[in-house]
Write a protein that binds this ligand. Structure first.
Ligand code: 6GU
Length: 253
């Protein structure tokens, strides 16, 4: 093996703490997430919060002080679980909640550098505030809509992290992740046949002229971003050429 470039031996452990952890099971057995676990780059352990309930009814939730609708996840089972799972004291605890900061590619890539994550999945009205203060490092939301619980959000986060772990993707894809794909939506893609039910693949893609192809792809990505995600464009410094492309498409005046 000497002289052969090797990937860094980064390994990540993720403990998921949830009331319905089985929601994640099939996705973890599939595709890239299965591959990174088989390759020992990632270990995911699913835990049911109820296993740390202390009373005879195994209760994990209770009524809110001050009244109001909905139930609150009790602090005792969560503190007991996190203490049991964080024996090495190195875990970064993430709480999945619609009240969190939005998940972005940048945040997923930064969390992918941790060695141990504990993902605490909210349910009902969320967790007792003392859990947030004492245990949680990052509160994270996957978007501006409300899910019935944090389990699916945790799965989204694990997927986003899993695919950027070293060795998860081939070299081509890894390079692609690092390119302008952060800033713009992707360009359109076509495969064979060149004509399908009267619809032709754009001629430039069949031309073999690689510079023209890159130029076309960039223009298409720019136009698509202007149409669907003007908020993303606002964050960028557009060049004169960019503005010309958007003017021609009638997307700016
Ligand atoms: Cl992390 N949890 C829930 N329950 N709903 C959400 C979410 C998380 N992110 C967006 N909606």
């Amino acid at each position: 093996m000497s002289g052969v470039a090797r990937e860094p031996e980064l390994k990540m452990k993720i403990d998921v703490l949830a009331l319905f952890p089985e929601i994640l099971t099939p996705a973890l057995k599939t595709g890239i997430l299965k591959r990174v676990q088989d390759a020992d780059k990632l270990t995911v352990n699913l835990h049911n919060l109820r296993d740390w309930a202390t009373d005879k009814h195994k209760s994990v939730d209770d009524y809110p002080y001050g009244g109001g609708a909905g139930m609150i996840l009790k602090p005792e089972p969560i503190f007991a679980a996190v203490t049991a799972l964080n024996t090495e004291r190195t875990a970064h605890v993430v709480y999945l909640t619609p009240q969190g900061v939005p998940l972005t590619q940048t945040l997923a890539e930064s969390l992918s550098l941790e060695s141990h994550l504990i993902l605490l999945c909210g349910r009902y009205k969320g967790v007792d505030e003392r859990v947030r203060h004492q245990l949680v490092a990052t509160e994270l939301s996957i978007g501006d809509y409300v899910l019935s619980g944090g389990e699916i959000a945790a799965l989204v986060l694990i997927d986003a992290i899993g695919r950027v772990l070293p060795g998860a993707l081939g070299d081509y894809e890894s390079a692609h992740v690092d390119s302008f794909s952060h800033d713009l939506l992707d360009h359109p893609h076509y495969t064979r046949p060149a004509e399908f039910e009267g619809m032709d693949v754009p001629e430039v893609l069949l031309s073999g002229r690689h510079e023209d192809i890159e130029e076309w792809r960039y223009a298409e990505a720019l136009k698509r971003t202007a149409m669907y995600r003007p908020d993303l464009l606002q964050k960028l410094e557009l060049s004169e050429e960019d503005i010309a492309i958007l003017k021609t498409a009638g997307l700016v005046d």
